[in-house]
Design a protein. Sequence first.
Length: 322
Amino acid sequence: MSSSDQNTPRGPIDSSRVPRYAGPATFARLPRLDEVGTADIAVVGVPFDSGVSYRPGARFGGNAIREASRLLRPYNPAQDASPFALAQVADGGDIAVNPFNINEAVETIEAAADELLGTGARMMTLGGDHTIALPLLRSVAKKHGPVALLHFDAHLDTWDTYFGAEYTHGTPFRRAVEEGILDTEALSHVGTRGPLYGKQDLTDDEKMGFGIVTSADIYRRGADEVADQLRQRIGDRPLYISIDIDCLDPAHAPGTGTPEAGGMTSRELLEILRGLSSCNLVSADVVEVAPAYDHAEITAVAASHTAYELTTIMSRQIAASR
Ligand SMILES: N=C(N)NCCCC(=O)O
Ligand SMILES: [Zn+2]
Ligand SMILES: [Zn+2]
């Protein structure tokens, strides 16, 4: 039983008493998981970037997002909710994974997710490269069955292999479809753009069941209409949202490993997420934040606000289902 079932949840450190730049950076200055016992939502880092095809560095993403999240405040006006009061949200620290063995890392992540989800918590994972979405989805599907997937990304990430490797940051969603852990009636990429290897990439992707909302679609149709369309497709299915921060334009997220020009703004991303606030979001990740290429925490701030909106959606669901 989570502590929030008995008491009011323990929230962030009060930034009017302890300056927000002081002390250790847990996500949003929330308590650590071991301080509260169990949580409704566990924020967890996965410092792993051995699956990247270009610039490395996303292993430092989780802690960069935590640092940038010091400035988050407890009330979210855009969703009219205080996420850390509605549910016990806590920082579960990092999943320690082997950087030299991708297969072992994937197994470790799945096992750690099994353990956390087994306590009844939902997971808000901070990556790490996109490889980590596969073991997280495996674990979520063990609990909920095949889940709807909203995948925000410049890239499809449904490619087959790189250098013969099955588990990479460009391949997690093809593996997930092959494994039958996704609900193929409700799969969407959002923010897709940029050059592909060939037209076949799109044909393959469509055969797997994915719909595509391109970055240009968002610009032309607007965030509200896009969110409405996505919400209708998802319905009340258990939903997993995976957000590759490179879905944002490099102007809004320079700190990432495979940037592509012509992306959505951070405002558009946040607005689409707010439009999904009624969805049954069971877990989510924010990946591919690589702070070495960031400037003035632009990317880390965008990622921390993204995780905040996702956490708000989950906490509203948790409160509504009590
Ligand atoms: N998942 C991310 N960020 N990128 C995938 C790009 C794979 C490629 O280099 O073709
Ligand atoms: Zn990407
Ligand atoms: Zn990706």
